[in-house]
Design a protein around this ligand. Structure first.
Ligand code: NAD
Ligand code: BTL
Length: 485
């Protein structure tokens, strides 16, 4: 099978595709050519209203089902997604520009993993019994109600699933707003869930930019907000959600350190730096963009990295031989090129790349800077593109202090053959998601998320259940109340 690039309608509400042409047109651009491949419409207030009402109604029906019944629906959806992996991956590649080589293994597949995992957990979610002498108590694990998910553009299928799978497993409903840059795949994931047996209205997708997100976040019918996006947007969404004291999960940006000690397996470390800077053309939140390399091995590291960059195959992302795609948009390309110019102007040594690629599409060369210092803009701000900065260091205490010298705390990685050092360093870095002799693995069984400005809460693993459910405590007295009067 294959999906039409133009979906049946812009929104998916109450189990069906819904259009409202009163909404602002939303062109969908293929990043490899700049061509418009579909046109959708932003959600109007009427669409938002319809989605939230449908979600409220469906949530009551869904929460009344047993966890095992809910889990069956999620696991069925996972199976359907796996069956349609190729079609969903092709759609994701058209929308994001990420190479099909990647989307075939990292996007719909990750969505299926999340639905399968939380489908399995759904039947196990319980409260607990607490004995209190002759009295006793118990807790009931309850859903929060209607959840709003808001996504970034880099992993659209994964983001809707990482939010919806735990939300639905716990008995909530979801209204999801994908990024306005990549609106296509979320519609198909919602469609699959409905096909798998989710009641109409349980999962809804509405399109639009920040104003639509804001309308959702501030609506009194919403009980929970989960955002994947930049720190700047996180601040706005967190503040807006605070007005209604809404439960939030914030998956935000990073400026993560990747530390390579002098005893590391150097080829493996170079592989980690490539995975942590150039996969998805560098558009990955957890990327280890500050690559601290021990001074004694820096030149050898750079030489091996430059050699490996000869393996970059840039071009049509739908060609499975391509392993390096364009930036998602013209705007993102301009932002990244601006950072590259700042790197040059502030004195970093350009080792590779450094410019846009002529021709159609939003391509940039994979770029490596050396002699980067902690105060340079490229070492301080999230770039969200294929720009790797190498910084030198001498000793462990020094590198840990410098690694932690950032307001963000999403990820950190260490490459060393000394396992005691590996765990000592990981114990001291201030980051939520860490890697030893690897980078950017994100299995659903491990919590994912950041500390400091990088976020609040965790996605994936059993930890996510805490962020999509609440406990009701019940005290049961076996005798009479001992009232003072
Ligand atoms: N921590 C993670 O898991 C993770 C994963 C992927 C991306 N990211 C981060 O996302 C960023 C890149 O994605 P982006 O450019 O789409 O981010 P963004 O912050 O510009 O937008 C994210 C989403 O928020 C919406 N939005 C914008 N303003 C809003 C408002 N006031 N109220 C409600 N919604 C609003 C956007 O429409 C979009 O859907 C990077 O900073 C990256 O690190 C984080
Ligand atoms: C969660 N992850 C790392 C796969 C994608 C973040 O941008």
């Amino acid at each position: 099978m294959s999906y039409d690039l133009q979906p049946p309608a812009s929104h998916f509400i109450d189990g069906q595709y819904v259009e409202d042409t009163e909404g602002q047109p939303l062109p969908v651009i293929h990043p490899a050519t700049g061509a418009t491949i579909a046109t959708l419409h932003e959600a109007t207030p009427a669409i938002i209203n319809r989605a939230l009402n449908a979600a409220r109604r469906a949530q009551a029906e869904w929460a009344a089902m047993t966890g095992a019944e809910r889990g069956r629906v999620l696991r069925r959806a996972a199976d359907i997604i796996r069956d349609r992996n190729h079609a969903l991956s092709v759609l994701e590649t058209w929308d994001t520009g990420k190479p099909l080589q990647e989307t075939l293994v990292a996007d719909a597949a990750s969505a299926a993993d999340a639905l399968e995992y939380f489908g399995g957990l759904a039947g196990t979610l319980t409260g607990e019994h607490v004995q209190l002498g002759e009295n006793w108590g118990y807790t009931i694990r309850e859903p929060l109600g209607v959840c709003v998910g808001i996504g970034a553009w880099n992993y659209p299928s994964q983001i809707i699933a990482w939010k919806s799978a735990p939300a639905l497993a716990c008995g909530n409903a979801m209204v999801f707003k994908p990024s306005e840059t990549t609106p296509l795949s979320s519609l198909r994931i919602a469609e699959v869930l409905t096909e798998a047996g989710a009641p109409a209205g349980l999962i809804n997708v509405v399109q639009g930019a920040g104003a639509v997100g804001h309308a959702l976040v501030t609506d009194p019918r919403v009980d929970k907000v989960s955002l994947t996006g930049s720190v700047a947007t996180g601040r706005k969404v967190y503040a807006a959600a605070a007005e209604g004291i809404r439960n939030v999960t914030m998956e935000l940006g990073g400026k993560s350190p990747l530390i390579v000690f002098d005893d590391a397996d150097l080829d493996n470390a170079v592989g980690g730096a490539i995975m942590g800077n150039f996969y998805s053309t560098g558009q990955v939140c957890s990327n280890g963009t500050r690559v601290f390399v021990h001074r004694s091995i820096r030149e050898e590291f750079l030489s091996r990295l430059s050699e490996r960059l000869k393996g970059v195959v840039m071009g049509d992302p739908l060609d499975e031989a391509t392993n390096f795609g364009p930036m998602v948009s013209e705007r993102q390309r301009e932002i990244v090129l601006g950072y590259i110019e700042k790197g040059k102007a502030e004195g970093a040594r350009l080792v590779a790349g450094g410019k846009a690629v002529d021709g159609p599409g939003f391509f940039i060369e994979p770029t490596v800077f050396a002699d980067v210092t902690d105060d340079m803009t490229i070492a301080r701000e999230e770039i969200f593109g294929p720009v790797l900065s190498v910084l030198d260091f001498e000793d462990e205490d020094e590198v840990i202090a410098r690694a932690n010298d950032t307001e963000m705390g999403l990820s950190a990685g260490v490459f060393t053959r000394d396992l005691a050092r590996a765990h000592r360093v990981i114990g001291r870095v201030k980051a939520g998601t860490c890697y030893v002799n690897s980078y950017n693995d994100a299995p659903v069984e491990l919590p994912f998320g950041g500390s400091k400005l990088s976020g609040v809460g965790r996605e994936n693993a059993k930890a996510a259940i805490e962020h999509y459910s609440q406990l009701k405590s019940v005290f049961v007295r076996m005798g009479d109340v001992e009232a003072p009067f």
